[in-house]
Ligand binder design. Structure first.
Ligand SMILES: Nc1ncnc2c1ncn2[C@@H]1O[C@H](COP(=O)(O)OS(=O)(=O)O)[C@@H](OP(=O)(O)O)[C@H]1O
Ligand SMILES: Nc1ncnc2c1ncn2[C@@H]1O[C@H](COP(=O)(O)OP(=O)(O)O)[C@@H](O)[C@H]1O
Length: 626
């Protein structure tokens, strides 16, 4: 067999001449640590004739040095950095009839994010199970995720059958249990192949040592699967990455077709706007036609409004336009996801702001149990309700894996923090929308004679928030400013009396407080908030709820030793004695603000000094008249 392979880089190389018309099959390979996945993949490369000569020589030298059989796993020596980091490695190789891309998912404990990266484009999951084991939890987890990510078929390679004397029983047991488990997930296309990778049994060719097995060898099986679904048969979708304007009148919509095909004359719908028009020209395809996977520039008739981030689609079967959807969300970041926090969300070519409105449950990927949860930690998977600030066009993931997937980004760093699959768009307008009232903020401002705003004091317990806020309110009140002080302790006596001090409770505490502050700003007040508010993301949320210039973040700064020495309520003492858990600064974190409008060091001056400084700042912001 001839082969195209780049096991060094794992990069998707263009196929060698003569292989261009071979069907591509995308595989995701996973298995537990020590289950023999690397040896099997190495042997698969070898059987495909895809191993490099110098690497084969190294394998032979290694075997001779050890005085044992060849270690085929050494053929996989992929990019060192990826292996060290434990990232997914992509390997491309080909046989005479077929080209393969294998996403090799590391068999480590934390793997949800890896699997999402490897499986979201895969056609077939190759799952490795040690013949001596029953179905390990991780195999169940891999299968669950593969099903969720739309991988249509599974090949279970039962490895190490030599260690069960090539017997039929282990194979039959695994085969039965696995099919039963997969059926519950709706996965019915399951093949099971018994293998011994070091000796090559049933990898490239059928093994004489297992006459009871009548199916094909692994490579034969993989060669026989239907080709990768590139989306060409589905309805047309083109996320517009940018609009190329060339005066006086050329306007091309540029992007990569994710599904279907497009030709001049085709009617198209521009979403989320909803304008209907027709394609006048397609640049970038062949013979005026372009199909899924191709990057194109499309021009349309009429002077319709098309902008970067829009979705061009087939009017007969359009994507849904919505400002909310239910989705499976995989969290990929060390900082947990909590409902209410604001994120950037990328769907297709569109980038919007939004948040998880509700976390319905966390899914235990191994047991399929739905577990109640307040947040999602790194590698957790949950079912969530997402709401976005502007309407977006999307499909259900099960209908289209490209326009039904989205990424969640940190709004400040732009790092990817989550990946999701749309399960169900919400009915447009199903959620409540803000009702405009005739007496608005502007009218109240006129009547009050000052601008409204939020003075948000954050800091450790005992740093001085309540003392300063209280004194500031007295001064403002004396000057005729309409104020209200929201103190953490007071809020926790009523509105937030159901909340404790775990991270998720604090997030909800600050979300509610910020929403109340927003309403009070709408009512024309200068709102003083005195809450520890230990997480920067939540303070950002509070800021984002009011208009530019209406938020003044004040870091009431005292080192832990000072706050603890003051201990006005005796809480530090109790926390040190272990009577109070999750106490800020002791066993719960505090993230100081990077760039607050005001930082007050309370180890120095008096509360009066602090208030004088704050008044000056609020005067400059127009909340107070001098
Ligand atoms: N475990 C623990 N950690 C921190 N604080 C505790 C805790 N248990 C009780 N208290 C008391 O609750 C007050 C803090 O409530 P907040 O609503 O400001 O906290 S937070 O913003 O949700 O973090 C806080 O008030 P201040 O001392 O004024 O900050 C304490 O009086
Ligand atoms: N410059 C200062 N600003 C505010 N409080 C101060 C200052 N110096 C000393 N303190 C004292 O520190 C304590 C702060 O307690 P408190 O205002 O209840 O803190 P917090 O609301 O942050 O928990 C009070 O006893 C206060 O008198």
């Amino acid at each position: 067999m001839t082969a195209v392979v780049d096991p060094d880089t794992g990069d998707a190389l263009p196929p060698r001449a003569g292989t261009a018309d071979r069907d591509l099959l995308r595989l995701v390979a996973c298995g537990g640590v020590g289950d023999g996945k690397r040896t099997l993949l190495g042997r698969l490369l070898y059987e495909a004739g895809a191993a490099r000569e110098d690497r084969l020589a190294a394998v032979r030298a290694d075997a001779a040095g050890r005085g044992g059989g060849p270690d085929y796993a050494l053929l996989l020596d992929g990019p060192a950095a990826e292996r060290e980091r434990g990232d997914v490695v992509h390997r491309r190789f080909a046989t005479a009839t077929r080209e393969f891309v294998v996403a090799d998912v590391p068999g480590r404990e934390r793997r949800t994010g890896d699997l999402v990266a490897g499986a979201s484009t895969a056609d077939v999951a190759l799952i490795v199970v040690d013949a001596r084991k029953s179905l390990p939890r991780e195999v169940r987890g891999h299968t669950h995720l593969a099903a969720l990510l739309g991988v249509g078929a599974v090949v279970v390679a039962v490895t190490k059958v030599d260690l069960v004397d090539y017997g039929r029983a282990a194979h039959e047991r695994i085969s039965h249990d696995y099919r039963e488990f997969a059926r519950r997930l709706g996965l019915t296309a399951v093949e099971v192949v018994p293998t011994c990778a070091p000796l090559g049994d049933n990898v490239g060719t059928r093994s004489a040592r297992m006459p009871w097995y009548e199916g094909p060898a692994l490579l034969e099986l993989l060669e026989s699967f239907p080709a990768t679904d590139r989306g060409g048969d589905r309805c047309f979708r083109l996320p517009v990455r940018y609009v190329n304007q060339v005066p006086p009148d050329f306007r091309g919509c540029c992007g990569r077709i994710t599904s279907g095909a497009v030709r001049p004359g085709d009617p198209v719908l521009v979403l989320p706007g909803g304008q209907r028009t027709a394609v006048t020209a397609v640049h970038g395809g062949e013979d005026d036609e372009a199909v899924a996977g191709e990057s194109v520039t499309v021009t349309v008739a009429d002077d319709v409004d098309v902008a970067r981030g829009d979705l061009l689609c087939d009017p007969e079967s359009p994507a849904e336009v919505t400002d909310g959807f239910q989705a499976h969300l995989v969290w990929l970041h060390e900082e947990p996801m909590f409902p209410g926090r604001r994120y950037a969300i990328r769907i297709g070519a569109r980038l919007v702001r939004g948040s998880v409105r509700a976390l319905r449950h966390r899914l235990d990927v191994d047991t399929l149990d739905q577990v109640p949860a307040a947040g999602l930690a790194c590698d957790d998977l949950g079912l969530v309700d997402v709401e976005v600030d502007q309407p977006v066009a999307l499909d259900r993931y099960q209908d289209d894996r490209r326009t039904g997937a989205f990424l969640v980004l940190d709004p400040v760093t732009n790092a990817t923090v989550g990946a999701g699959m749309v399960r169900q768009p919400a009915r447009p307008g199903a959620g409540p929308s803000w009702q405009r009232t005739d007496v608005g903020k502007a009218a109240r401002r006129l009547r009050n004679g000052h601008r409204p705003g939020v003075v948000w004091l954050t800091g450790l317990s005992g740093s001085g928030k309540s003392t300063i806020a209280n004194l500031l309110e007295q001064r403002l009140h004396a000057r005729g400013v309409h104020t209200y002080l929201l103190d953490g302790d007071n809020l926790r006596c009523g509105l937030n009396s159901d909340l404790g001090f775990r991270a998720a409770d604090r997030v909800e505490n600050i979300r509610r407080t910020a929403e109340v502050a927003r309403l009070m700003v709408d009512a024309g007040l200068v709102v003083l908030v005195a809450c520890i508010s230990p997480f920067a993301a939540d303070r950002r949320l509070a800021r984002a709820l009011v208009a530019e210039g209406e938020f003044c973040e004040v870091h009431v700064d005292a080192p832990l030793e000072v706050a603890e020495r003051r201990d006005p309520k005796g809480l530090y003492r109790r926390a040190r004695r272990g009577e109070i858990a999750d106490f800020t600064g002791i066993d719960s974190p505090y993230e100081p603000p990077d760039a607050p409008e005001v930082r007050i060091d309370t180890t120095g001056g008096t509360p009066e000094d602090a208030v004088a400084e704050l008044l000056a700042r609020l005067t400059a912001m127009g909340m107070v008249h001098s």
